[in-house]
Design a protein around this ligand. Structure first.
Ligand code: GUN
Length: 284
């Protein structure tokens, strides 16, 4: 058996078309959506991510500002910038790219973002709203994964799902979204003993650990949906995920490639969240 591919680029293109239409409708009423992206430091990976986020805005009619600061920026200076953006009516979404330099308390910065502009969905009140089934913003990567499952009409209700990875950015919110959609969810992590024991039982496996080949073909149930959130480099320097792709694709029913899977969806869902924030701000 050979898995069908869930094409994140194709699904993104379709969703971005809808984003552009909603952005144009808001702009026509004098409420162009706006996103502010803050990058502190010069991490190569973060530079690429923020550039793509801003490009996504520009291509779809969302106003964007990119604020880049030296790694020596103080926590107080960053908090002051967040506060200024909280009060800027042109800005509907604020994203502070993580990780931050070690002298800055990331939790403190995230809590400083106005919850109604927290398009990452990382603020403690947004995490609480998600957990209690009243999400305001769904964190972008797990939201994108849910859209991918929706795109193949996957019956999540009643399905068995294993999330490998328990970060605040992906694993934990992913588990909440799957649970709310009616799945029976197990959360594993990179230290789980006998990971395959859990994943082999799953109809849906979402992998987000940052560990290459942590999921291999023998750990996947024939026909399962395998969603790979990982973003690593192989020995040849080529981009790869957390799943041993080619052999696993022989066993799975559906699989997401890296690149071209979850990656583009994350940015697309950031654009969707920014539109949602702008629509709320415009309509009350
Ligand atoms: N770093 C890695 N992923 C993310 C994300 O989704 N949002 C932010 N702000 N930083 C990140």
């Amino acid at each position: 058996m050979s898995a069908k591919i869930i094409d994140g680029n194709a699904l993104s293109a379709q969703l971005r078309g809808e984003v552009a239409q909603r952005a144009a409708a808001l702009t026509a009423k004098g409420h162009q959506p706006g996103l502010a992206v803050i990058l502190v430091g010069d991490s190569q990976a973060s530079q690429v991510y923020v550039r793509n986020k801003v490009k996504g805005c520009q291509e779809n009619g969302i106003y964007s500002v990119l604020e880049k600061y030296d790694a020596s920026m103080s926590e107080a200076e960053l908090l002051a910038r967040v506060e200024a953006l909280n009060n800027d009516p042109k800005i509907n979404g604020i994203l502070v790219q993580l990780p931050l330099p070690p002298h800055i308390d990331a939790n403190k910065v995230i809590e400083a973002i106005a919850a109604e502009k927290d398009v990452d969905g990382f603020h403690i009140s947004n995490a609480g709203l998600l957990m209690t089934g009243q999400p305001l913003f769904r964190p972008c990567t797990p939201y994108g994964v849910m859209k991918m499952l929706e795109s193949i009409n996957y019956p999540v209700r009643g399905a068995t799902a294993v999330v490998v990875g328990a970060s605040n950015i992906v694993g934990k919110p992913q588990a909440m979204l799957l649970l709310q959609a009616g799945a029976t969810v197990t959360i594993c992590n990179s230290k789980t003993r006998d990971l395959g024991h859990h994943t082999r039982d799953a109809d849906i496996v979402v992998v987000a650990t940052g560990k290459r080949n942590i999921v291999t073909a023998d750990m996947v149930k024939p026909g399962a949906v395998v969603i790979d959130v990982g973003m690593n480099r192989d020995d040849a320097g080529k981009l790869c995920g957390d799943v041993d792709y080619a052999p696993t694709a022989e066993v799975a029913g559906w699989i997401t490639p890296v690149p071209g899977g979850v990656g583009p969806m994350t940015i697309t869902m950031l654009l969707v969240n920014t539109i949602e924030a702008a629509e709320r701000a415009a309509h009350g």
